[in-house]
Structure formats: structure tokens, C-alpha cells
Design a protein around this ligand. Structure first.
Ligand code: ARG
Length: 562
């Protein structure tokens, strides 16, 4: 049981007309720990009890059984609770040490499936920074949901369909060669596409050729499909290299092409429900009552659209996974689009439309520069990660030249640095990326958190104690209590991250815990042989655990030494 619940139960004995949950929701944490660990404000009772808050507080305190607490004190209209630090602290420590991987876990999901679509790069185009953000935010959200007993289904909705594939095939047939593509698949395919788009002004027939190839694809022409499969698999191979570096594994790579095969049913449903309207030769769904632009379902030339595929996708996912929620981790620029998608599903009568949530995020720039595929202003993700690993390697070589598995640690630190930087701020904020800042061992960085934890591990190695079952954990002092009670909040923190689909809640918490630990470490001698030594080591061990599992929820590894 957590501390708030315990206090609420104590208070409920003297406030029988309120429920424990109601009381618990009013309990605050004073900013200044001199005012106790928890405070109960009485203002909200004044009306009901026809009494001034001060008098209520005095009254309640007189009747309360305060024996479980260090002390309970009235402060004006507040009742301040000072916890029995030794006892509460020992309970928290025990819980962490007994099962570190599950500490702080709550059963919010009851094992319900949650589909999480993220990354979703486009075939034959380099993965952009937006895709990197989506990948990291999505993977972290999946891990946070997993922690809270949801069953995430990770989906990479590849952009592997659309008229541009017709163009690419036409271009490849004119200028391409297998050897050239094999050398650098994504960039070479992209260069064909750029060339045919550019030259189409002078050669209008290129557009027709592109349309013809796409029509072939739609009609199941064997040669077109063979090319499609090849383009897709060599692109996916490249993407997989990045996923491997990031330790991200998908359950499904069903992308737009897969959904394109399933559109018939959706279009038929729209027709049956009389939602399709003709408009200038096209067929649309009107969304005026939602104050949204209409859904363009079938273009005037008879081809289907991106949103038609998304409707089919949504239906398929619901049927296939029976999800309780369905998240789409996609940039903020597509916000209106997802509102349209949800409105469309609502119009179709699917009451689960509100299980769909667009998990939006802000733009990422590099050294203040916006990235754009169209302007050729892109940065390869793999390069960014490799540069970061190199920087980490240099710093490790300086700090710890004898480190045994330096190469592996450099990877964990370099990749972790990039991920942490991406996740440490509210996902809706824009992020600027500057490699030197990101890989610093000091400041608000991933390496700082990893380094703090490695420092804890090093103390534990020196301390030589790993089994704390015989240690009297109540023997912690005031300084340790501050750290332990902060770790006692871990469950609330994870829940807040899950409720808001926001990994930054975890990242900020990990940073703060690392900071507090470093402050503690700077002025407390841990390995002195006094009667508190073993309890102090238990606190250090608990910190190491909590930092490790916080980092893991962000998809960042925690090396024991660095
Ligand atoms: N492939 C798209 C892009 O790169 C992202 C896909 C978004 N997801 C969706 N279900 N529409 O912008």
C-alpha cells in the first residue's frame, strides 16, 4: 500500500461520510519537507461541516490515531503528516530490492491489447528525423504500456504504396540497373524518382508512364509486383539496420500496400451507409458538421487515396487485434488528418473510433536547421548514431581507458544519448539536435544518467554487499530518506507517463533521481563502517535498480561500468 492510501485510511476513520479514494485525491505533497511528507487541506470540508477550516483541522487531529506516524501536526487549515521514515523507507526499499524489474508497476491494462503504430518510413526514401522521433517515442510508449500490463502490438506502417511507386518503376525501367541499386538502394532509387519528377516537365509522357506502372501494380501485373517486392525488401533491409541499433522490434510491417488490398470492404461500407457523395467526379465523405475538410475517398481518376487506406487499416487492426487503444505516433503536422480519420470512422458508426489516438510530436531540427527530404536537406540516421557512438567512445577512452568492453559500452552510451535527448522534453515540443550537447557526461543528458548509475554500481562493487535480506533497512537517516521517498513515487511517475503517453515524464524523473544521488554522494561518505553502512548500500542498490528500469522504459541500456 502506498503512503497516501495509508493516510487516507487513517483520515477516513474520522471522516466517515467520505470515501478513502476521495480523501486520497485531496492529499498533497508539501513543497518544503519541513511541512511534513504529506498534507491534508481542510478547506473543501468547510461548507459541508459549517466550520472554519482551521477549526476542522484542530478537531480532526484531536480524534486521529496518530500512532503510525512520526508526528501529525496542525498548520492552520492543514494537517501535516510526518511519516515514520525508518518504517516507510524500509518498506519501499524492500519492494525495490525484492523485484526490481516489476517495482512501480501497476495493472492499468489488465492485459488488453494496444496497437502502437510508429516509425512508418516510406519505401525508397531515406528515413527522416521525423521517423527517428516517431521510432523512439513509439518504442518507449510501447515499453511503458507493457510495464502497466498492456499488451502492445508494434506496427511499422510502411509507406509502400501510391502513385510514386509507378513513377519509380518507370524511371528504373528507363535508367536503372540492378548493380547500381544494390550499391546504395535507398539513395539510388530516390535519385531515379527525383530525376523522373524533374524531367516530367519536359517529357509529359513520363507522368503517363508512371500512372501506367501504378495501374499494373494495382491490377496484379507480375513484373510490377516483382519490382515492388524488390524495392520494398531492399529498403526494409536498410531500415532494419537502424532498428537493430535502436533495439526496436516490430510485430508487423504491414504497410499501405497491405491495406490497399483491403479497401474494397471499406468503400462498400461507405456506400451502403450512404456516406459517399459525388463531388467534381470524385467521391467524398462530407465532414462539415465536424468543421473538417471532407474525406477524399476515390479520386476523379478512380484511384483510391491515403485516407481510404487508413480507414481500411483501422478496421483491420480493430478486427485483428481487438485493441483497447490504437495509437498512431505521427508528427504534429498530421493532426487535422487524424481528426478527419476519426470523424470518418465515427460517421461509419464505429463507436471505437475514440480508441484511436494521434500521438503527435514536434519537429526535429539539427543545429538549428530544419530537415526536408524534398530539398535534399536530410541527415542519415545511421550517420547520426554512428557519430554519437564515436563521440561516446572518445569520452570513455579518456575517463576509463581500461574499460573491458569499451566498444559495447560506447554503443550503449552513444545510442542512448540520442534517444534520451529526443525523449527528455514533452513530445509536443520541437527538438534541436546538437551532437556535442547530446553526448555530454554532465548536464541533462542520457550519459549523465547512465554515468550516475555506473557510479552507484562501482560503490556497490567496492562495498561488497549484494544480498540485503539480513540488513535492517529502517536504519536510514534523513538524507537517505529523501532519496528513498523519492523512489517511492516511481509508480505514480510511470502511471503519469502512461496516461499522457509521454516518455519525458520518465526521463525527467530519472534525471532528477540521478541529480539527487550525485548530491548525496558528494557529501555523504557511504562506505564508512558504522551501523548505517549496509542500509546506505541498500539505498545505493535501490537507486541503481530504479535508474536502470527507468532507462529501459526509454529504450536505453544501463552499463554497469563506463
Ligand atoms: N508514412 C507516413 C510518413 O512518412 C507516416 C504514416 C502515418 N500513419 C498513418 N497511419 N497514416 O509521413
Amino acid at each position: 500500500m502506498n503512503e497516501q492510501a495509508q493516510i487516507a485510511m487513517t483520515l477516513q476513520t474520522v471522516l466517515p461520510e467520505l470515501s478513502v479514494a476521495e480523501i486520497e485525491s485531496k492529499i498533497e505533497r508539501p513543497k518544503d519537507s519541513n511541512n511534513g511528507d504529506f498534507a491534508f487541506p481542510t478547506f473543501f470540508l468547510a461548507k459541508q461541516l459549517h466550520q472554519a477550516p482551521q477549526a476542522i483541522a484542530a478537531d480532526l487531529i484531536a480524534k486521529l490515531d496518530t500512532s503510525k506516524y512520526e508526528k501529525v501536526v496542525q498548520a492552520g487549515p492543514y494537517i501535516n503528516f510526518y511519516m515514520n521514515q525508518g518504517q516507510v523507507g524500509a518498506d519501499i526499499l524492500k519492494a525495490i530490492l525484492a523485484d526490481p524489474a516489476n517495482y512501480g508497476r501497476r495493472d492499468l491494462g489488465h492485459n488488453a491489447p494496444a496497437s502502437v503504430e510508429f516509425s512508418s518510413p516510406n519505401i525508397a526514401k531515406p528515413m527522416g528525423m521525423g521517423h527517428l522521433r516517431s521510432t523512439m517515442i513509439g518504442e518507449s510508449i510501447a515499453r511503458i504500456l507493457e510495464k502497466e500490463h498492456y499488451k502492445p502490438i508494434r506496427i511499422d506502417y510502411l509507406g509502400d504504396w501510391g502513385t510514386q511507386f509507378g513513377k519509380m518503376m518507370a524511371a528504373y525501367k528507363m535508367w536503372g540497373s540492378e548493380e547500381e541499386v544494390a550499391k546504395d538502394p535507398i539513395n539510388v532509387l530516390l535519385s531515379y524518382y527525383v530525376r523522373i519528377s524533374r524531367e516530367a516537365d519536359e517529357h509529359p509522357e513520363y507522368d503517363d508512364m508512371g500512372r501506367e506502372w501504378f495501374a499494373k501494380l494495382e491490377h496484379g501485373d507480375e513484373e510490377a509486383w516483382q519490382l515492388w517486392r524488390w524495392f520494398r525488401s531492399i529498403s526494409l533491409e536498410r531500415f532494419q539496420r537502424v532498428y537493430k541499433m535502436l533495439d526496436v522490434n516490430f510485430d508487423s510491417f504491414n504497410g499501405e500496400a497491405f491495406s490497399a488490398q483491403k479497401m474494397g470492404e471499406s468503400i462498400q461500407l461507405l456506400r451502403d451507409k450512404k456516406l459517399l457523395k459525388k463531388s467534381q467526379g470524385a467521391e467524398i465523405v462530407d465532414l462539415e458538421k465536424y468543421d473538417l475538410p471532407p474525406l477524399l475517398i476515390i479520386k476523379s481518376n478512380g484511384t483510391s487515396t491515403y485516407i481510404t487506406r487508413d480507414i481500411a487499416t483501422a478496421l483491420y487492426r480493430k478486427r485483428m487485434f481487438g485493441h483497447a487503444k490504437s495509437l498512431y505516433v505521427v508528427g504534429a503536422e498530421q493532426e487535422a488528418y487524424f481528426n478527419q480519420l476519426k470523424a470518418g470512422l465515427k460517421e461509419m458508426g464505429f463507436n471505437w473510433y475514440d480508441q484511436i489516438e494521434h500521438i503527435s510530436f514536434g519537429l526535429m531540427s539539427i543545429n538549428g536547421q530544419k530537415m526536408s527530404t524534398r530539398k535534399g536537406n536530410t541527415v542519415s540516421l545511421e550517420d547520426v548514431l554512428n557519430d554519437s557512438i564515436d563521440l561516446a567512445r572518445q569520452q570513455i577512452a579518456e575517463k576509463n581507458p581500461d574499460l573491458a568492453n569499451a566498444d559495447e559500452v560506447a554503443k550503449q552510451v552513444g545510442v542512448g544519448a540520442v534517444i534520451f535527448h529526443d525523449l527528455k522534453n514533452n513530445r509536443r515540443n520541437a527538438v534541436d539536435f546538437n551532437l556535442d550537447e547530446v553526448v555530454k557526461f554532465e548536464g541533462e543528458t542520457g550519459p549523465y544518467v547512465q554515468y550516475s548509475r555506473a557510479r552507484a554500481e562501482s560503490i556497490l562493487r567496492k562495498g561488497g554487499l549484494r544480498d540485503f535480506s539480513q540488513v535492517d533497512l529502517t536504519k536510514i537517516g534523513a538524507e537517505e530518506w529523501e532519496l528513498v521517498s523519492f523512489m517511492g513515487r516511481f509508480a505514480d511517475v510511470i502511471q503519469r507517463a502512461a496516461d499522457n503517453y509521454d516518455p519525458s515524464v520518465i526521463a525527467k524523473y530519472a534525471l532528477e533521481l540521478a541529480k539527487r544521488f550525485n548530491r548525496y554522494y558528494a557529501h555523504t561518505r557511504i562506505l564508512v563502517d558504522d551501523e548505517q553502512r549496509d542500509a546506505r548500500l541498500a539505498v545505493v542498490q535501490a537507486i541503481s535498480h530504479v535508474l536502470k528500469y527507468a532507462l529501459l522504459m526509454l529504450d536505453i541500456k544501463a552499463p554497469d561500468e563506463m
